[in-house]
Unconditional design. Structure first.
Length: 129
């Protein structure tokens, strides 16, 4: 017994698959083009001046940079003022400490010349008898 081989079935199935695939592509492309048709035509798009927008953007950026510059200068001036005040305070405290040390030194020098040295020196040891 011989079994007939269906040679025609394979090309028919391939043709049906190809036809189905092409129909899917056609449907997808139609969907996309329909969406583009929903956009208004190019003649109805609003016109705008890009140069004006660029100029405005750079004006804003320039203002921000100028404000940052002013702020940095103000901080630097405050820092200089605080540094100067701090330096004056340190110099004032330093001179007060120097005066105190000098006063104590002078007092110690004056006391050393008017009183015998301290501790007193021991006298000679007693001799044994």
């Amino acid at each position: 017994m011989t079994v007939p081989i269906p040679y025609a079935d394979t090309p028919r199935r391939a043709e049906n698959q190809l036809t189905s695939t092409l129909q899917s592509w056609k449907s997808g492309v139609s969907t996309v083009t329909d969406q583009f048709r929903a956009f208004p035509p190019l003649t109805t798009f609003p016109q705008f001046d890009a140069t004006n927008g660029v100029e405005r953007q750079f004006a804003v950026l320039k203002r921000v940079v100028d404000l940052n510059h002013e702020y940095a200068r103000s901080l630097a001036e405050v820092a200089n003022t605080l540094t100067g005040v701090t330096r004056q305070q340190i110099e004032s405290v330093s001179s007060a400490v120097r005066e105190q040390v000098q006063g104590v030194s002078d007092a110690a020098a004056g006391a050393a010349t008017s009183t015998p040295s301290w501790p007193p020196r021991p006298s000679a040891p007693a001799t044994a008898r």
